[in-house]
Design a protein around this ligand. Structure first.
Ligand code: URA
Length: 437
């Protein structure tokens, strides 16, 4: 590799880098041979100047090659992985994994922790007493074969360059870059040997991509990368202009996911899970699956998906009684206060990022990677865009450690809601699908 400063200078000045230059820099950084400030300068240059397709492929390849892979050769089920680019009240994975498993698929899901205003599946699952997210590759493989799904932390050996670069991006305001996000998302998916990669690319106020057009470009870049690896991939651009479900926290999200799995809760979260279950069956089971939407709905109404969730919780050391009585098993906050609307009207817009930030401030998320989350705290907010809200109507609940924190969160949530006198149409759930393979 040329001198690393020369490589950075070339990117800074707007030149395209070669595969060798990018690979050399990324692998040397992963080995600890390049200092954080040097890698940070590269990231900022890439953030400002962008990366073309070949550079993005080279970055992705270098990240995949920085560690080991998880081929899942011992799993005979058709295998699917699903990833969200990050949102608020986004518990799709918690419902999708057991649902898809109960339909005969194998879901191997390596998840992340919450960072910034977006929640993390691992943090949510760890609110179930005993639940273990650190699984070895062999444990993941065995569980996917036996139970049908496993949701675990990315092992340290898998794409270590991504872990290091992601933390550095978070610290240097270089997260929201299309090629950097695409490479980061796809290296994790490409390192796991699944038959289908499903991507949920969020668009809106609670997402990194604020518009459907930016999200579409990210979706196309990701499926383009999958295509280069010869992997089947379907990416949906989905709405994140408001929290997807009602719960923004950790234990609260588990309780909500269980309600969906029990068939007791309808709405946008359930609808989006069904969309992904249909998409997965179309690719992996083809015509043999019959009516895929009806099949997915039946897996919920029959209790099969819930039973698979119970088996996953048990297999990972969690208390399976959470499925029967979530409120008795999950931690609860000391203080709960209602969120009462200040006026009446139709909900016209939501600053979903601000709601995510309010949950972080309560302790449900972390500002820095090393921080612990409080599993019990969070926000439940019921109205969706287009719903009418009465004066002084209770529209949700804040769960907090103390009254001051609760009052502040209530104010932040109410500030994040824009009511109008005009009728407002609900935004679409899915803006479009993009396919590779
Ligand atoms: N999710 C990821 O895995 N990586 C990013 O860079 C952003 C969201």
């Amino acid at each position: 590799m040329s001198d690393v400063r020369e490589v950075i200078a070339r990117k800074r000045d707007g030149h395209a880098l070669t595969e060798d230059e990018i690979r050399g820099l990324v692998l040397a950084y992963a080995r600890g041979e390049v200092a954080d400030e040097v890698a940070a300068a590269f990231l900022m240059a890439a953030f400002i100047r962008g990366l073309d397709t070949d550079e993005t492929v080279a970055l992705t390849r270098a990240m995949v090659d920085s560690g080991t892979t998880l081929p899942l050769e011992g799993v005979s089920r058709p295998k699917v992985d699903k990833h969200s680019t990050g949102g608020v009240a986004d518990s799709v994975t918690l419902v999708f994994a057991p649902l898809a498993a109960s339909l005969g698929l194998g879901v191997a899901k390596l998840s992340g922790r919450g960072l910034g205003h977006t929640g993390g599946t691992l943090d949510k699952l760890e609110s179930i007493p005993g639940f273990r997210t650190e699984l070895s590759g062999e444990e993941i493989e065995r569980q996917v074969q036996d139970v049908g799904c496993a949701i675990a932390a990315q092992t340290k050996e898998l794409v270590p360059a991504d872990g290091k670069l992601y933390a550095l991006r978070d610290a240097t305001a270089t997260v929201a870059s299309l090629p950097l996000i695409a490479a980061s998302v796809m290296c994790k998916k490409l390192a796991v040997g699944t038959d289908l990669i499903l991507l949920d690319v969020k668009a809106g106020s609670g997402a990194f991509m604020k518009t459907p057009e930016d999200a579409r470009q990210l979706a196309e870049t990701c499926v383009g990368l999958a295509g280069r690896w010869g992997r089947a991939c379907r990416a949906a651009v989905t709405d994140m202009s408001q929290p997807l479900g009602d719960s923004v926290g950790n234990a609260l999200d588990i309780a909500e996911a269980i309600e969906v799995l029990r068939g007791e809760r309808v709405g946008r979260l359930r609808d989006l899970v069904i969309e992904f279950a249909v998409a997965a069956q179309e690719v992996l089971l083809g015509s043999s699956a019959g009516d895929k939407r009806a099949g997915a709905e039946r897996a919920i109404s029959s209790g099969d998906a819930l039973e698979t969730f119970r088996r996953m919780v048990e297999a990972q050391g969690g208390d399976p009684r959470v499925v029967d009585d979530p409120s008795a098993i999950l931690p609860s906050a000391r203080v709960t206060i209602p969120i009462v609307s200040r006026s009446e009207g139709t909900l016209g817009a939501v600053d979903a990022e601000a709601i995510g930030q309010a949950a972080v401030e309560l302790g449900a998320g972390r500002r820095r990677k090393e921080e612990a989350v409080d599993p019990a705290v969070g926000i439940v907010l019921r109205p969706k865009i287009g719903d009418t809200v009465g004066p002084d109507e209770e529209i949700g609940v804040v769960h907090a450690r103390d009254r001051r924190a609760a009052d502040r969160a209530v104010a932040r949530v109410l500030d994040a809601l824009a009511l109008t006198d005009e009728p407002v149409e609900a935004p679409p759930l899915v803006y479009g699908w993009h396919d590779a393979g």
